[in-house]
Ligand binder design. Sequence first.
Ligand SMILES: NC(=O)c1ccc[n+]([C@@H]2O[C@H](COP(=O)([O-])OP(=O)(O)OC[C@H]3O[C@@H](n4cnc5c(N)ncnc54)[C@H](OP(=O)(O)O)[C@@H]3O)[C@@H](O)[C@H]2O)c1
Length: 312
Amino acid sequence: MQYTTLGKSETKISQIGLGTWQFGSKGWGFGTDFTKKDAIEIVHKSFDLGINIIDTAEVYGGGQSERIVGQAIKEHNREDIIIVSKFLPAAIRPSAVKRALAKSLERLQTEYLDVYLIHWPNPLLPLGATLEHMEQMVEDGKIRHIGISNFGLKRFQKAQSKMNKFSIEVDQLNYSMAKSRVKNEFLPYAEAHKVTVMAYSPLGQGYLTGKYTPHNSPKGTRRRNRLFRESNFKRGAPLLEEMKIIAQEKNITMSQLALSWLIQNKQVIAIPGAKSLSQLEENAQAGDVSLSRQEIDQLNVQVDQFKPKLIF
Ligand SMILES: NC(=O)c1ccc[n+]([C@@H]2O[C@H](COP(=O)([O-])OP(=O)(O)OC[C@H]3O[C@@H](n4cnc5c(N)ncnc54)[C@H](OP(=O)(O)O)[C@@H]3O)[C@@H](O)[C@H]2O)c1
């Protein structure tokens, strides 16, 4: 497993983390494809595999994800684990974040979060006042680091300009070989300013694994994901083909190639979700794959050419 540091801090994080939106979410097949027992085993096993960072959120599974993670981590040394959670700024009162944190801590059965993120920008929410509450949480020892999610570069810079005492260490963004805008838009800034890019949906929610086709695309939550439309399989065919060839040459899977492509940059970590131990193991092994300059360049040609139609 490759490790890096979180933002400007010295906190050590694995470049492959574990995403847990799947835990407790029927739309991801929780209760049919996999169970709570599987989810708990996935968390335990992730630590054996060198993963030390787990991503959850108050909304995942209506709080179930945090509860499951909380139950699993009780058996481990809390200091060895980096827990990331997020609140949805739905209420426009900035102080609502305090109640949200208290509830997340309760569900996670922990005294503090390592990273706390604003899940989505909300233009109606006074951002400065919210961040002020978050800075106070750091001072109170309730959270160790502040982050945001789904903030593009301009919004990130605006948020950073409102910070008084600390830096925003993380932007969690939809970033993969299938949705790669971050590469040219946010990553150069992240590198220059030491911001960690936490790449969510790093497998394109399964699109990049090679197992889905226009006639066999996932159901549930992912029905909304336009990547799985027939037209985007056509557009993405050259990328998926190139990935297949390179993965075969390297004797790795397409999923591992998709994850390793992301983490060749030390500013990026990937947080794939997993529904089974075998998926988790496969994903964690991507933390040991290295790609040559030539392989990266070859992949980037296809990544840059792939323009999925996401609005229609
Ligand atoms: N901040 C945000 O707004 C935001 C938004 C989305 C996600 N996230 C976070 O990011 C995490 C990851 O994103 P995501 O779950 O949307 O997408 P993802 O990680 O790209 O895809 C996960 C899905 O891909 C399949 N998969 C995983 N590993 C595989 C493997 N090795 N081989 C084949 N299939 C595999 C599994 O579903 P199947 O087996 O059913 O195909 C799994 O549920 C989430 O769990 C969540 O923590 C954050």
